[in-house]
Design a protein around this ligand. Structure first.
Ligand code: ADP
Ligand code: MG
Length: 594
């Protein structure tokens, strides 16, 4: 039998842990308090790494550099006479953000590995940087004689420890609010599928940079704390040993779990202090333990425990107890027609589109059909900004879309689905549908973190809208199931629900009915007609002729990149050229134009 804990039990457990940690100096020996202090310090760095590596899915090793930079800056400022806690925390965070910006802006624009390499070199660079200003940093010998932090009066070790515990607690609250919000949901998309992310109007680069900047903050807090602990800072504390320790803490404790990195840090800091005075054999055992743990607990300690406690999971989307439909506007966009003129695209020697023209009106379903390889997907990609046309013009209402990035096109009110559906892991169906509201949301980072009423109202609106769309597509019964567990056909429906959630002005669908049952196809047709009736411009690429002939107002036919026919379905389906193209292809029976 599975034990399902009361959420209040979890709250009480956390409060008890916090109290135990906070009153450490009264309860434990000095050496235990030191272990706890270093756990908090390493835990903060690991929490930052987990945000970037675990949640945002971007491997980076630079957090130890941010930690070191903040420690050195705090040490230098303190030696110069600035010992105020808040001033030093601010300075530490500022230098970490600066370092994250300077390395993140170029690296995140490049490949996935650029950030790993850049941040690797940052850590490598630390001793040389320190040695550049030996009169300030103490050079390779270390910066000594750092005075104690002050807050009113000078803080003793026990005070400093309490400050550390409070900072950790505040950061945990912050990170919890961040990951269990629209940010946590959109990070799931970022981890899995950047193309999908762009189609939701979000720039992967900006989202990664945001995550990187936020993740630098706890590392900086840790640096300021550690600088004044012993009154000593040496570059050796910020080398690859520390990188490995922090990385191991995240993996051992559990990536993408809130408290995992902290537990990992506790185990490793404790083990490190126990093995420090011993022989190399112990280090071997320590290494072997880590390898074993990574193999046996791929989801980390906390991840493995959480897996066994079904209700332990915190939702990424707050439940729609009461729907505030009017609290926050989520579309519909102004109706706008699509016009494509003289669109041409060549891939190497292959002319995928040749001078194609197409128009789709608001309030109508426009179908684009044609044999495989005729250029339909290329057309949708050109409209949605994933393919840059060689020549031609794409307009939505008065917006010129050609030349804009995919994320920008999406923000102009273009929603789309892909021929191969992809749904993010770790989210329920309803959460996975709600991700499309990210680019449109009216609440910023601050309202999200502080969980202001505006944020609550918006979460409720999104949840209510998602529930509504899911019901309409017949997915209401699986709204709280993991999205990745859905069969292919229902994944496709999920993508459609996600695309229509924000009521795009233009909806592009790439073979939405393939893999759907006749029943599901009929529901889809009803949904599309309702959307069109509300003013949406629908462009449907489809092989299922029942869906096309039964619902489309206008049909365009592509063959080998050329538009060979267009008009009402009755006319197009009798067009001899169209029939020739389809019969020549010998497509399966259900796809033949009747
Ligand atoms: P459809 O969706 O109608 O089946 P596509 O638009 O996917 O057709 O493909 C049209 C033609 O363009 C095909 O010959 C395909 O091989 C080619 N093509 C599509 N995308 C690319 C690409 N990224 N690189 C090279 N060729 C491509
Ligand atoms: Mg295609």
């Amino acid at each position: 039998m599975r034990w399902t804990p009361d959420p209040r039990a979890r709250g009480a457990l956390l409060a008890a842990c916090f109290a135990l940690a906070f009153f450490g100096p009264e309860l434990f020996s000095q050496s235990t308090v030191r272990t706890l202090f270093m756990t908090v310090v390493m835990g903060l760095v690991a929490l930052g790494l987990n945000l970037m590596m675990g949640y945002a899915g971007q491997l980076a090793l630079g957090h130890v550099f941010f930690y070191g930079a903040a420690a050195y800056l705090a040490g230098i400022l303190a030696v110069d006479g600035t010992t105020n806690l808040f001033a030093l925390l601010l300075a530490g965070v500022a230098v970490a953000l600066l370092a994250a910006l300077l390395t993140g802006i170029p690296a995140l624009r490049m490949s996935r590995w650029a950030l790993v390499i850049t941040s690797f070199f940052l850590v490598e660079l630390m001793p040389s940087l320190v040695d550049l200003w030996p009169e300030k940093t103490g050079g390779l010998a270390g910066l000594v004689g750092i005075p104690r932090l002050s807050l009113g009066g000078a803080l003793d070790t026990a005070d400093l420890y309490r400050v550390a515990v409070v900072l950790l607690f505040l950061w945990l609250l912050f990170q919890r609010a961040l990951v269990y919000s629209a940010y946590g949901r959109i990070f799931a998309v970022l981890r899995q599928d950047e193309v999908q992310l762009q189609s939701l109007g979000v720039s992967p680069y900006r989202l990664k940079l945001t995550a990187y900047l936020i993740s630098a903050v706890p590392a900086a807090l840790a640096g300021v704390l550690v600088a004044t602990l012993d009154g000593l800072v040496t570059y050796e504390a910020f080398g690859f040993d520390t990188v490995i320790l922090v990385l191991a803490a995240v993996i051992l404790g559990g990536q993408r779990t809130l408290y995992g990195p902290l537990l990992g840090a506790l185990i490793l800091v404790y083990a490190q202090q126990e093995t420090l005075s011993l022989q190399n054999y112990t280090m071997l055992g320590y290494g072997a333990f880590l390898v074993l743990a990574a193999i046996l607990l791929p989801r980390g300690v906390i991840g493995t425990i959480a897996e066994r406690l079904p209700r332990w999971r915190t939702p990424y989307l707050i439940a729609a107890a009461r729907a505030d439909r009017d609290a926050v506007a989520l579309g519909p966009e102004q109706p706008a027609g699509l016009t494509v003129e003289r669109a041409s695209k060549r891939f190497g020697g292959n002319q995928a589109l040749a001078e194609v023209a197409l128009a789709a009106r608001p309030g109508e379903i426009t179908a684009l059909i044609g044999p495989n390889g005729s250029g339909k997907t290329t057309m949708l990609n050109a409209i949605s900004g994933f393919v840059r046309l060689d020549t031609g013009d794409v307009r939505l209402g008065s917006h010129q879309l050609a030349g804009s990035s995919a994320a920008k096109v999406a923000r102009c009110g273009v929603g789309r689905t892909f021929q191969t559906p992809s749904v993010p892991g770790g989210l329920t169906v309803r959460e996975a549908v709600s991700v499309s509201a990210f680019a449109d949301r009216g609440t910023g980072l601050v309202s999200t973190i502080l969980r202001l009423p505006k944020w609550r109202a918006e979460e409720r609106t999104i949840a209510a809208r998602a529930a509504e769309v899911l019901d309409e597509l017949g997915l209401g019964d699986v709204a709280h199931e993991p999205a990745v567990d859905l069969p292919l056909g229902r994944k496709r429906l999920l993508e459609i629900a996600r695309a229509v959630l924000t009521r795009p002005a233009l909806l592009l669908l790439d073979e939405p009915a393939s893999g759907l049952s006749p029943d599901e196809t009929e529901r889809l047709g009803l949904l599309l007609r309702r959307l069109a009736a509300e003013g949406t411009t629908v462009l449907l690429v489809e092989h299922n002729m029942d869906l096309v002939l039964g619902n489309a107002d206008t049909v365009f036919v592509l063959a080998s990149g050329r538009m060979i026919a267009s008009g009402p379905p009755e006319t197009v389906s009798r067009d001899p050229q169209v029939l020739a193209v389809y019969l020549g292809e010998s497509v399966p029976d259900d796809q033949v134009v009747a």
